[in-house]
Write a protein that binds this ligand. Structure first.
Ligand SMILES: NC(=O)C1=CN([C@@H]2O[C@H](COP(=O)(O)OP(=O)(O)OC[C@H]3O[C@@H](n4cnc5c(N)ncnc54)[C@H](O)[C@@H]3O)[C@@H](O)[C@H]2O)C=CC1
Ligand SMILES: NCC(=O)COP(=O)(O)O
Length: 346
């Protein structure tokens, strides 16, 4: 089935967070905002109760994956979890009892893409600590999806987190790790592998002819010639030189503090940053409602809103669906382009 005829697979996320209500809002705005057809993967009764509690009229329809697109104009299609797991959740009160359902929703979404019954995975936010508490071994979706994408007996692909918006796109080279571990993890090989994936995916998935990359420094003033830290000079600069010798358009390391003002942003398409917050603070400042988290380096398309579970506002009916809608629309666009899909299994 061509990607355009397949629904997106939208995961449950943390049911105590804002994800389920955002799914309801996105469905209600489907015509007005051009939201592509999606199916929510979770407990249909839970979603119905969520709509009722918020006073929203949203018909929820339990579907088989192949019926979701047809149903979407009339009702919000929900694919129950294959195990039959049900979900009970109090807004703003995360409970690890739901960890199984949260994870099953993600694995089911990937399975649907793998078998050609969904065009892409769109994830609702999860709170990492809720899963970690019950032994989940992955620090976030990004790393878990890479593990799910691994071929039997092979190393998982290196997943790359891209936060994308019309105004700015950024990539944290190290992702969900403590700051004190960054200098050890930030190797020349990691920078080079990350940049190659970014360059290739921006070209083949996003349609940039020759993407312009920059790399921000790790230390103040990009190390000030080695006097404020040596990583910029000894690790980042050699990585940039190697990548440039391969024909990749990348500059740096450049001081991080002057990389995100308007004139600087006009000189590149994506900024790679050594740490999570160096990358995510500028985009969440400039484009919190429009930003989309995209995992590059996978054999399928995965997007997500840029924000988290927002437990402080869950259940209050004030959460903005803009970033989820942007994530659904970008997933549709990327899955319609020339991506190498999973081999379709019968
Ligand atoms: N893709 C994912 O699964 C992500 C998950 N998280 C998780 O979310 C949890 C909470 O993280 P925080 O740092 O508090 O970030 P957060 O994004 O959940 O909330 C930060 C602030 O932004 C507000 N906010 C977030 N989304 C909003 C929306 N759609 N409309 C209106 N206001 C919104 C919240 O009310 C809060 O004041 C963490 O446990 C983290 O692990 C965080 C980022 C992404
Ligand atoms: N801060 C971004 C974030 O935590 C998203 O992580 P992931 O769950 O998409 O890996």
């Amino acid at each position: 089935m061509p990607a355009a005829e397949r629904p997106l697979a939208l995961t449950l996320g943390d049911p105590s967070g804002i994800g389920p209500e955002l799914a309801l809002s996105a469905w209600r705005l489907r015509a007005e905002r051009g939201v592509p057809p999606f199916q929510f993967i979770g407990d249909p009764d839970f979603l119905e109760r969520t709509a009722h509690r918020l006073g929203l009229f949203v018909p929820v329809a339990e579907v088989e994956p192949d019926d979701a697109v047809e149903v979407f104009s009339k009702a919000l299609p929900v694919l129950p979890l294959p195990s039959g797991a049900t979900v009970e959740a109090t807004p703003g009160a995360p409970d690890s009892a739901n960890a199984g359902a949260i994870v099953e929703s993600i694995t089911t979404a990937v399975g649907l893409v793998r078998t050609g019954r969904a065009s892409a995975v769109v994830t609702n936010p999860i709170a990492k600590f809720v899963l970690t508490k019950v032994g989940f071994a992955h620090p976030g979706h990004t790393e878990f999806l890479a593990a799910l994408a691994a071929s039997p007996g092979r190393e998982p692909p290196l997943p790359v987190m891209l936060l994308w918006s019309e105004m700015l796109s950024v990539v944290p080279v190290t992702i969900h790790v403590a700051l004190r571990r960054v200098p050890d993890l930030l190797t020349q090989a990691l920078v080079e592998r990350t940049a190659r994936i970014v360059e290739a995916d921006l070209r083949t998935r996003f349609g940039y002819e020759k993407p312009r990359l920059v790399l921000s420094g790790l230390n103040p003033h990009a190390g000030e010639a080695g006097t404020m830290g040596t990583e910029d000079r000894d690790v980042l600069a050699p990585a940039v030189a190697a990548l440039r010798s391969e024909g990749i358009d990348i500059r740096g390391p450049l001081p991080a503090d002057t990389l995100f003002h308007e004139r600087a942003r006009a000189t590149y398409d994506v900024a790679l940053c050594p740490t999570h917050d160096q990358a995510l603070i500028p985009i969440k400042t400039l484009a919190f409602d429009e930003g989309v988290n995209v995992t590059l380096g996978l054999p399928f398309v995965r997007t997500s809103p840029d924000h988290g579970t927002a437990f402080d506002i869950a259940g209050k009916g004030v959460a903005r669906p803009d970033s989820l809608i942007a994530a659904l629309k970008l997933a549709r666009r990327l899955s319609a382009s020339n991506v190498t899909p999973f081999p379709v299994r019968a």
